[in-house]
Design a protein around this ligand. Structure first.
Ligand code: GDP
Ligand code: MG
Length: 163
């Protein structure tokens, strides 16, 4: 039996970069502009000997707009309900924002099984953000660098018991 992992979090934290790395094909758009991708994307992920379904959430652009915040919330809730486990991603270089707090709240309310991932964690510029991530009350963050492929062993370790 396998499981479904939803990657959730605010725009531009690196969700699609991780999705692409796990799926191994450019199924999700990645761009320097936040939120270029626009919906939920599903792919078959490989991580070591693990095979699972991964969902990339997108369409979360321009979070200052109230209606888009609503859209972001609905999309995230949909992804959470489709998934066995959520990877909640924050940007360790940016630190925790109010939108990150909103996501944490959605995940808590949905009582989702959450893996907290502090992405963009390559180098010491991420250290403060990784520490801040503990304040979300979602346990110990995994240090990831989706772009550089770092922290994937730790991700494997937390996912392996689910397979
Ligand atoms: P999404 O909006 O959450 O899907 O984020 P994307 O995957 O589109 O990435 C947003 C930006 O962050 C892009 O410019 C990526 O190249 C960059 N990015 C993604 N992962 C990392 C990382 O591990 N380290 C750094 N420094 N940048 C990253
Ligand atoms: Mg994306």
């Amino acid at each position: 039996m396998s499981f479904t992992l939803a990657i959730v979090g605010r725009p531009n934290v690196g969700k699609s970069t991780l999705f692409n790395r796990l799926v191994g094909k450019k199924l999700a758009l990645v761009d320097n502009q936040p939120g270029v991708t626009r919906d939920l994307r599903e792919g078959e992920a490989r991580l070591g000997d693990l095979r699972f379904t991964v969902i990339d959430t997108a369409g979360l652009e321009d979070t200052t707009d109230d209606s888009l915040q609503g859209r972001m919330r609905r999309l995230t809730e949909r992804a959470v309900d489709m998934a066995d486990v959520c990877l909640f991603m924050i940007d360790a270089r940016a630190g925790i924002t109010s939108i990150d707090m909103m996501f944490a709240e959605i995940l808590r309310k949905r009582s989702a099984h959450v893996i907290l991932a502090a992405n963009k964690s390559e180098g010491s510029a991420a250290d403060a953000g990784v520490l801040e991530a503990y304040n979300l009350g979602l346990g110990e963050p995994i240090r990831l660098s989706a772009e550089h492929g770092e922290g994937l062993n730790d991700l494997y370790s937390v996912l392996m018991p689910l397979a």
